[in-house]
Design a protein around this ligand. Sequence first.
Ligand SMILES: Nc1ncnc2c1ncn2[C@@H]1O[C@H](COP(=O)(O)OP(=O)(O)OP(=O)(O)O)[C@@H](O)[C@H]1O
Ligand SMILES: [Mg+2]
Length: 267
Amino acid sequence: MPEAPPDEGPALHVEDVDVVYGRALSALRSVSLTVPHGGVVTLLGANGAGKTTLLRAVSGTLRLHRGAITAGRIRYGGTVLDGRDPVAAVRAGVVQVPEGRRVFAGLTVDENLRSGGLGLGRRAPAQVREARERVFSLFPRLAERTHQAAGLLSGGEQQMLAIGRALMAAPRLLLLDEPSLGLAPQMVYRIAEVVREINAQGTAVLLVEQNAGMALSLADHAHVLEVGEVRLAGPADELARTDAVRRLYLGEETGPETSSGTGRGAA
Ligand SMILES: Nc1ncnc2c1ncn2[C@@H]1O[C@H](COP(=O)(O)OP(=O)(O)OP(=O)(O)O)[C@@H](O)[C@H]1O
Ligand SMILES: [Mg+2]
């Protein structure tokens, strides 16, 4: 597959963003990150750190959860993403795969796929066919089950369908929220391969994960969120070597006197 040069095409810029839910609950404080065109960036962090919130802010679904961006700015190429307009995000090429592999259980695989990219309005049949073929080449198992109800698929297959549905919108930036959650190791490995393949085809990826090992192996750049703030940020391979990440996110033992750190101070 042809690889686009890294700085040719739109990049995502999250600049000093604050997010509040309801009237008061501060979920993100002064968060900044960049996803270059064609890059893979991962966002790590414990439960409740604000990972999903950041994806919602980018994909325009924040308002559906009574959240709002109260400071800072998000840009994707020439488009300002304000957290309130999912259709604008999809039209700009930004598509989110929600957490918990939410597929329409009562609809078939095919119907689920057709629901992807609805926000784009009428598209040429050839474009839709091409997107479908891309999905089936990535996920041959879905091609064998087009008429099966999505609710009867295995957990891993449902995750593939959720990703496939997002790909039907031909995104240039894919937002993935914990795709490995609850899957057996072999399926986690398969999902990682798929992310690599999607990226090799030219789609940038912002990957939210608690599986730090998988995420750091895929990403160029990583950020660690802690209660709404970026604690550590840097090249993924460097971050994987810091004590804080090894201990807290990779589950490794680290000696007390070997502390070192990259980015903005260890946890
Ligand atoms: N709709 C909402 N209304 C109010 N508070 C919310 C809402 N959604 C999330 N929060 C709060 O915002 C904070 C960040 O939540 P978020 O879902 O972004 O975390 P997360 O890092 O994705 O966690 P997890 O790993 O458990 O998915 C948490 O304190 C959470 O309780
Ligand atoms: Mg989450």
